[in-house]
Design a protein around this ligand. Structure first.
Ligand SMILES: [Zn+2]
Length: 102
């Protein structure tokens, strides 16, 4: 597998460093928060985007507590996406907004 690259500082390779999630790949540029944890079906993303993706998962659980018909497949169909772990922040925010209306 090729090393993932920072989507912002394209020419820089992310660096493999130990973290609480196992190994993390981080951008070496000072102030850049882009990281990747090596999980399949995810892409490197900055801190805010990673937070937004986690928010989608949290919101999905809460939505399912009041509406059991909502699933990951509902999100995939509604937004034409395959993986939450590859969504950008704007899409994540739209998904959360949509989930709150279900
Ligand atoms: Zn970077």
């Amino acid at each position: 597998m090729a090393d993932p690259k920072c989507p912002i500082h394209d020419k820089w390779y992310l660096q493999q460093r130990p973290s609480k999630f196992g190994y993390a790949w981080r951008c070496p540029i000072s102030g850049c928060t882009v990281a990747w944890y090596g999980k399949p079906n995810t892409s490197p993303a900055d801190h805010a985007t990673r937070q937004a993706r986690m928010m989608v998962w949290r919101e999905l659980v809460q939505t399912q507590e009041r509406n059991a018909e909502i699933s990951l497949q509902s999100i995939q169909g509604q937004f034409g996406i395959e993986y939450i772990g590859m969504c950008d922040m704007e899409t994540c925010e739209k998904i959360v907004e949509w989930l709150r209306q279900q």
